[in-house]
Structure formats: structure tokens, C-alpha cells
Design a protein around this ligand. Sequence first.
Ligand code: SF4
Length: 313
Amino acid sequence: MSEEKKKTAREIIEGYDGPPVRIMEVCGTHTHEIFRLGIRKLLPKQVELISGPGCPVCVTQVGFIDEAVYLALECGVTICTFGDLVRVPGTEMSLAGAREKGAKVRIVYSPVDAEQYAKDHPEEQVVFLAVGFETTTPASCLAVRKASEDGLTNFALLVANKTMPGAYAALKGSADVFLYPGHVNAITGTELCESLVDEGVSGVVTREGSREAQKLVADMMENCDTEWRGLGIIPNSGLRLKKEWEAYDARKKFHVPEMKGRSNPACRCGDVLQGKCKPSDCKVFGKGCTPQHPIGACMVSNEGACSAYYQYS
Ligand code: SF4
């Protein structure tokens, strides 16, 4: 950008005296990196940053944790999961609490690690907690396909994968500008939010995205309604394994009853995820709720807005 253009941009900002322009960091990694690099302190008062729902752990509904606890304690399955999910509070307890009661909960770094664990432990029933967005869903599909190729009957997914378009629609009007997650666009392509993407910026994100990953997910999964913490049920924004893969669907395999989880009434994660309040507006932020003793999911995950505010602000 030329000096002339930079000057003009600065002049425009400094001459603006309306309400702050609200920019939503849709992805939790944005929130952490913006804090970590000190960008917030450099921004003029005319710009306000607000957090969004792009942290997979944060938007996972309380009922999902309850289902995982049920599988671990009532069905005796070994839960394999990313580490962040272990401390997310469920209605009665977290998976860490279930582990104290004897549940087998193992931390893994990928769904394929969970499949390998199942292969190495044929005497155990193993369930991987599949959460996340377009970026992580293909890896869960690959694990199921590998389990099928390996002839495993002791591996399944508890699926809470979500897709972003429904959330983008639900968030309309909650900010003036949205910072969309580039890694999601690497899979979906840029068409979804084309007007906001400068395709010349990245050699990774293309207009069509990853056809291979899209096909893998389309072959094995189908859309369903799903609940997002804070946003409620968004039609067709969730994913589940198709009928031909239902032997790997933990809900069906273990007849998991429907669970309507309840979060702590003091927790405002739902409002934080919609940009309606800042973490520091929550009465228990930094007092009752800290990374060591989280009350809500947004304080647990490394991508959570409350965790970022606690660490950096
Ligand atoms: Fe929930 Fe804790 Fe964040 Fe409050 S500070 S919104 S209780 S995670």
C-alpha cells in the first residue's frame, strides 16, 4: 500500500467519531494471536474487537460432555479425546471428574491415534470424541475408514462436528466486520465468504478448497441439526455418519439416551461466543473461573476467548 493510501486510511479512522466499528474474530486462534502480538493495544478507539464462535471446544454443547461421561461410566468404554475437552464441565461432571471415578480417558493427538489405540487394545471398546469444524472432520472420517479397513469392531465416533455456514448466517448483524478462519476456507474454498477474501494473499486457500477432503466427508457424513453453545440449534449445521457407517456411530452402537445438558448459570460463554459481551463482563471471570478451575468451556480451551483474556489482558 502506498504512503498516500496509508495516510488516507489513518485519516479516515481518526476522522470517524461514530460508534466503534465492531470486528469479530470468528476463530479462537485469532483472539489469542491478536492478544499475543499486542495488536489490541495498537488499535484506535474507533475499533472494537469481539470474540466469535470459532473455538471447537467452546461451542460444543454441554450435553455432548454428558454423553461422553455416560459412555465412559455407564458403558465402560475408553474415551479417546483431544486434551482440551477433558476439563470442560458437563452437567454433573467433566471427563476429568469421570476419570476420578474410574473412567478410562485417554488424550490423543488425532483421530487416527485413537483408531490405532483401538487396534492395539481389542479387549476395549474405544470411542473418539469428534469435535471441530470443516478442518477436523476429514481426519475423523479417515479414522473410521481405516477402522473399517482394519476390520475393527471396537472403534466408534461420538460426533459433534459442525459446519460454519449456518453459524455465519446466525451471526449476521452481530458485528460490522468478520475475520473468517482461513484454515476452514482451505477446505471449503473461498466462495463461502468470497467478497471478504483477497485470493491473491494465500497460496493455500483456493476458490474450490480441498476437493479430496470435501469428497471424503460427503461420502461418509451427512448434515443434521445440531446445538451450538450460545447459538442454540442451527438447522443442518452439524454432521453425523451416514447409515452405511453407523456401526461406527457411538450414539447408535451404545444406545446413548438424549441428553440436554445444563451449564453453570453464572457462565456467560453463550454471550461471549455471540459477541454480546466480553469475557471480563462475566461476574466470575478471574475469580471463580480461572484456567485452573474453569466454570465454562471458553476458559478451558487454548482457543477460548476467556482463556485469552485471562492470559493476556
Ligand atoms: Fe464462562 Fe468462565 Fe468465561 Fe464466565 S469467565 S463466561 S464462567 S468461561
